[in-house]
Design a protein. Structure first.
Length: 227
């Protein structure tokens, strides 16, 4: 049996393909994906996870059309002001952003900073939200931070403390939806020993039951960590 599940990281992929398969605009897929978030946070709390990480917008996503990007930004605004998130914050959920926010709208960034400040002392569940996140850019950022510190040598702990997830445990389990069998640069340092789970379900169809199914699969595995 693997150790108790404490950190799940999710690549919520397939919103646009879900919409296309149904003959709908891609923005509908993004909306349906956003609506899935509440149920997955609910499952995370049920299983007493300490960390739940979503990669919702990558550095590469800025290459999409201006119209789609604008729509996604509106979805993020709704998410961070949503009643369900406020409900879970009262239950001890802490919001933490991983990624570079310099290219995001000023109002969104201000709301995020306010939200992270308001929830900084919460500890029931840390909800990491990957915005403007890229694995290689995170590593380069860490290297540059270490260079600025003038250190002569670096160990794993020092390097980890210069990542966005400093002070957090590495993910036990990484889930990617939509039938893609790659991580695309998601948490490359943190995920070296993570169990991986790939499902053909597009993210709008990855509901609470599918999350429970994935968790059941995790507990059927054996983690050896190279031993």
């Amino acid at each position: 049996m693997p150790q108790d599940l404490q950190h799940v990281a999710i690549i919520p992929d397939g919103n646009r393909r879900w919409a296309k398969a149904k003959g709908l605009p891609s923005v509908v897929g993004h909306t349906k994906g956003y609506e899935r978030t509440e149920g997955l946070v609910k499952v995370a709390l049920k299983h007493h996870l300490k960390y739940l990480t979503f990669w919702v917008f990558s550095t590469e996503n800025f290459n999409r059309s201006p119209e789609e990007i604008a729509y996604l930004m509106d979805i993020f605004r709704k998410l961070f002001k949503s009643s369900f998130l406020k409900k879970y914050i009262k239950k001890g959920v802490r919001v933490n952003v991983i990624g570079e926010l310099d290219r995001f709208p000023k109002d969104l960034v201000e709301n995020l900073h306010k939200l992270t400040e308001e929830t900084k002392d919460n500890s029931t569940l840390i909800l990491n939200v990957g915005l403007g996140y890229g694995g290689r850019s995170e590593i380069l950022r860490a290297v540059n931070n270490i260079i600025k510190q003038g250190l002569e040598s670096v160990d794993e702990a020092t390097f980890s403390n210069n990542l966005y997830t400093a002070g957090q445990m590495d993910p036990d389990f990484i889930i990617r939806t939509s039938g893609e069998y790659r991580l695309s640069g998601f948490l490359p340092w943190q995920g070296v020993y993570s169990e991986l789970y790939f499902t053909d379900k597009y993210f709008p169809d990855f509901d609470e039951a599918e999350f429970e199914k994935a968790i059941d699969e995790y507990y059927r595995r054996t983690r050896r960590f190279g031993k």
